[in-house]
Every structure is written in C-alpha cells, then in structure tokens.
Design a protein around this ligand. Structure first.
Ligand SMILES: C[S@@+](CC[C@H](N)C(=O)[O-])C[C@H]1O[C@@H](n2cnc3c(N)ncnc32)[C@H](O)[C@@H]1O
Length: 254
C-alpha cells in the first residue's frame, strides 16, 4: 500500500488553494474556467436546503475545511472528519487562528507564498475537526460521532476515494436524523489506487453507472430532492489544472 497522498505537503497546498483561493489566485490571471473555482463553498450553497436553528452537521472527508466553515453559517455545530492528519491539523489551525500560510506551486520546485483565510461572518467556535476514518466512524474512542445523528451529513468527492464505498453508504441512514439532509458530490472517478475494482459502485459493464448504484442503495431510506452538476478546479501548478464536474445530490432522510 503506497503512503497516503493526502498527507503530503503538495496535496495540502493544493487543497488549501482549492478550498480558500479566489478564481484570481487559482488561475493567476490566465484564461480558464473561473466559474469552477471555490468548489467547497459553492457545493454547500447549491445543495443545502434551509435548516433549523439547532441544526448539526457532519462533513466527512472535509479535507482542509472550507465546506465545514460554509455549513457553520447556518448550522449551530459542525464536525469535520478526515483521514489525513495533515489536513485536520490545517483545518484546526484555520478554526483557531482564521488563517493558514502555505506555499502555492508555481513550476517545478518554485512556489510562492499564499495565505488561506476563513471567510468573514463565520462563527469559528461552531466547528470541531477530528481525524477519523469514514469507513470506521465509531472506532476512535474520543470521537464526537458515537451514537449521534446529524441534521446534515456532507460527503464531498469522498465516495470514489474509499476502499469500500458501499459500506460507507450503508452507514449513512444511521447518521442522518429523520427529516435530515444527506449532501453528496462525486465525479465517479473510480481508481484501483483507492478502491479495488470489485468494490467500484459503477463504471464497469457489470455495474453500469455510479449514479444508478447510488440511487439503488440510498432510496430505501432517502428521497432524492435535488441534483446538479458542480464543476471544480484543482491547480497542480501555474499552468496545469484538474477540471472536474461533480454529480451533486441532496437526499432527504425519511
Ligand atoms: C478528493 S478529496 C475531497 C475533499 C473535500 N471534501 C473537497 O471536496 O475538497 C478526498 C478527501 O477524503 C479524505 N479521505 C480519504 N479516505 C478517507 C477515509 N477513509 N475517511 C475519511 N476521509 C478520507 C482525503 O483525506 C481527502 O481529504
């Protein structure tokens, strides 16, 4: 098993820029799909339906936290969980201090200094970040998750990074309160590096499309309320980007 790429300084910087960079910072003034910047904030604005004043939220695979901070605009408490210790350390630093300096990749080993900043108007004390495994959420003895249900559960671009996505989906009906919301985004980028092929939910002639498999697994407990294409842009360096279009859905727990 190779080392977790989400612990490396390169991906930490990529995700600080993805989560907190403006279109200008991401594209460096070059022509490009500026509307795809700011994915972690945009997906919450697109998918989250109104919540009550005491709403609680769980962001699984929160990375460096920008979607969690956006959820905290309306949710009274937000717990962000990620497998990467480096990402959780950065998210916690942003919660505590509001900013996080990092080095943005330019070309080869050249970088330039950048600062990730939590947007204004967010009550940072509403957030907690914790390292944990989406596939084993109850395992950590200090986890705030044990036996809890949440008004909102978000898993953004997590599904096709898990070794057993079906097991994760099966756990979700217990995690979302009756009447609560499940927000999912995924580009269905199945890769054997992360998920053994026999566990892919879609993307093979035998399984068909990932969305159909998702629907079949969720519909016994959830009703699909909203579906939207949500583009994202990850800058690898000043002249190379990953452009993706996540399939975003909101499911209501019955
Ligand atoms: C493609 S990134 C998406 C991050 C973030 N939600 C976003 O939309 O930018 C996948 C994230 O899932 C995390 N992750 C991978 N496997 C995980 C697991 N088993 N449990 C929790 N998080 C995991 C990675 O560390 C990484 O932060």
């Amino acid at each position: 098993m190779s080392a977790n790429p989400y612990e490396t300084p390169r991906l930490l910087a990529e995700y600080l820029l993805l989560h907190y960079g403006s279109a200008e910072e991401v594209l460096g003034g070059k022509i490009g799909p500026a509307e795809a910047a700011g994915f972690p904030v945009r997906l919450v604005r697109e998918l989250l339906a109104p919540v009550g004043p005491d709403a609680t939220a769980l962001d699984v695979g929160c990375a460096v936290g920008a979607s969690s901070f956006e959820l905290a605009r309306t949710c009274a408490s937000v717990l962000g969980i990620d497998y990467s210790h480096a990402f959780i350390a950065a998210a916690t630093h942003l919660r505590d201090l509001g900013t996080h300096p990092y080095e943005k990749a330019v070309e080869g080993t050249l970088t330039e200094p950048a600062v990730a900043t939590v947007p204004p108007g967010i009550e940072r004390h509403r957030l907690t970040f914790e390292q944990g495994d989406a596939c084993n959420l109850d395992a950590h003895p200090n986890s705030k998750i044990q036996n809890r249900k949440f008004s909102v559960v978000l898993a953004a671009n997590l599904l096709c990074r898990l070794p057993d996505p079906a097991a994760f989906l099966a756990r979700l009906s217990d995690l979302v309160s009756p009447g609560g919301q499940l927000l999912l985004t995924t580009p269905f980028s199945w890769l054997e590096e992360y998920t053994p092929r026999d566990r892919w939910l879609g993307g093979t002639p035998a399984t068909g499309r990932g969305f159909d498999a998702l629907r079949a697994r969720l519909e016994p407990h959830f009703t699909l309320e909203h579906r939207a294409d949500i583009p994202f842009l990850i800058r690898e360096h000043a002249r190379k980007f990953q452009y993706g279009i996540a399939d975003g859905t909101r499911w209501r727990r019955r």
